[in-house]
Design a protein around this ligand. Structure first.
Ligand SMILES: CC(C)(COP(=O)(O)OP(=O)(O)OC[C@H]1O[C@@H](n2cnc3c(N)ncnc32)[C@H](O)[C@@H]1OP(=O)(O)O)[C@@H](O)C(=O)NCCC(=O)NCCS
Length: 206
């Protein structure tokens, strides 16, 4: 994958200018600080290690929201886990975690970071999927009820063309609030789309 298309945008917030950039190289990630409240998926230090590890993958891409030298939010792309059914498709890329520090939420940073990432033309060659597990949602800080949070996420990801799809993937159907969303890049060929469509339901009775 060519990830040469490095872009930087910025938005103004009441706490100052926030830069949205990526795919960020390993050395730059190593040089930045992690906001200490980026703990949604794991402790902030471990999350930084995870971002660095993703940046080293051949297909891995890390986009960050940065205030000065501090990472205040991020999103990642990587191939699906080898155990998942989606890893059997050659052109599927997973939009992994997206997280904005609770100190910086509701400024439009997540939406702007998604927009920035999806302006990378390399994504037009892929079927991007995202699997939203409800046990990862920050219901406490957001003060949203689970299905309201689900709607908020579906709308957020919808801003860059991801659409909800039904599937019998056991990871998704494990909980009714989990969401599977998909965006088919403009240059993905029909045979690759057909293969993806056939993979959505693997447990048909007939
Ligand atoms: C989900 C998350 C990334 C949103 O980040 P954010 O920067 O606050 O989002 P934005 O400011 O770009 O808001 C996007 C939209 O969601 C809405 N929204 C975000 N948080 C909301 C909240 N707590 N209550 C109501 N609406 C909310 C915004 O109003 C906005 O909608 P609008 O365009 O109609 O105004 C952030 O809450 C987060 O990091 N959560 C924990 C991790 C997580 O749940 N990741 C996703 C699933 S893995």
């Amino acid at each position: 994958m060519s990830i040469a298309c490095y872009e930087v945008e910025s938005i103004q917030t009441s706490q100052g200018e926030v830069f949205l950039e990526g795919p960020v190289k390993t050395a730059k990630l190593e040089s930045l600080f992690m906001n200490r409240k980026l703990t949604n998926f794991r402790p902030a230090a471990k999350q930084k290690e995870a971002l660095i590890a993703i940046s080293k993958l051949p297909e891995g891409m890390v986009y960050i929201a940065r205030h000065g030298l501090e990472i205040i939010g991020y999103l990642t792309f990587h191939y699906p886990d080898p155990y998942s059914r989606w890893s059997k498709h050659p052109l599927i890329l997973e939009l992994g975690g997206i997280e904005i520090s609770p100190d910086w939420r509701k400024y439009g940073i997540a939406e702007a970071l998604l927009k920035e990432a999806f302006s990378n033309p390399v994504l037009e060659n892929y079927i991007v999927v995202t699997i939203e597990f409800c046990w990862h949602w920050d219901l406490k800080n957001s003060r949203l009820e689970m299905f309201t949070y689900q709607k908020m996420l579906a709308k957020l990801f919808g801003t860059v063309g991801l659409k909800r799809r039904a599937t019998d993937d056991p990871d998704i159907i494990e909980h009714p609030a989990n969401v599977f969303m998909v965006r088919v890049g403009k240059h993905v060929r029909k045979d690759a789309i057909d293969l993806f469509e056939a993979m959505l339901f693997e447990n048909k009775l007939f």
